[in-house]
Write a protein that binds this ligand. Structure first.
Ligand SMILES: [Zn+2]
Length: 242
């Protein structure tokens, strides 16, 4: 039974590594997800800025077109003034001409207003574009690193699982079947320490008789509460130190 405990102690250390590596392997995609979310926020900001810039540009083109039409109209009105024959006709043409000039002035103001607004929108859009590009570059680098990290973690995990299999094979049939059942049922590490008749995995009491059997290495027991295999501190040492 002493050898069994030595193997279990070894399995405990492997299990701890496995649990750590699994947690790392799960954490990495979560981190990538967070980065992707932040990237899509930057993208949305950029698209929003681009959209208002496009709208503003359209508004400017429309104002410019309106102004051009007004200028054409004014030219025609001036032509008409040349053709008038009576004073009455002249007065009417003059009045129309002045009204058109007033409207033209307003359109010119509108064009200038649109232009200065467009400058602002353009700046906002260019800034958002720059931020997005920088973010994309950083994101691609981070993602590449995280993908590499994950690959390494999965490889280490694979190695540890293989090691665990080999160690588990050295267990007696009875202890081996207990261990197999535990690793398929519990989450995280499957072997924990017990101290002063207490399971350190779940902090519940271990029956005194059971605890003594573990202490004396008479039998292998699971915690009745969390279902993990129990070891005592002195057993949790590398094989050559035990
Ligand atoms: Zn427990």
């Amino acid at each position: 039974m002493k050898v069994q405990y030595q193997i279990l102690a070894q399995l405990k250390r492997i299990d701890e590594k496995v649990a750590r590596l699994r947690a790392d392997a799960d954490r990495i995609p979560e981190e990538i997800g967070k980065l992707e979310k932040a990237l899509s926020t930057r993208k949305a900001e950029f698209l929003g800025a681009k959209d208002s810039f496009d709208t503003q540009e359209k508004s400017l083109r429309k104002s410019e077109l309106d102004l051009k039409e007004k200028e054409d109209g004014l030219r025609k009105a001036e032509g008409k003034m040349m053709e008038v024959k009576t004073n009455q006709e002249y007065q009417a043409a003059l009045k129309e001409n002045q009204a058109q000039k007033g409207e033209k002035g307003k359109l010119e103001e509108r064009v200038l207003g649109d232009m200065s607004q467009m400058d602002e929108h353009k700046k906002r859009f260019k800034d958002a574009e720059k931020i997005l590009k920088e973010y994309e570059t950083a994101f691609n680098q981070d993602k590449k690193q995280l993908d590499e990290d994950r690959k390494k973690v999965l490889q280490q995990l694979e190695e540890q699982l293989q090691l665990r299999n080999e160690s588990a094979k050295r267990l007696d049939k009875h202890v081996g079947s207990i261990y197999e059942r535990v690793i398929t049922r519990v989450k995280g590490v499957s072997i924990v320490l017990a101290e002063n008749e207490m399971c350190l995995g779940c902090n519940r009491t271990v029956q005194p008789q059971m605890f003594n059997e573990i202490l004396g290495q008479k039998a292998v027991h699971k915690c009745q509460n969390c279902g993990k295999i129990l070891l005592v501190g002195t057993q949790d040492l590398p094989e050559n130190e035990a």
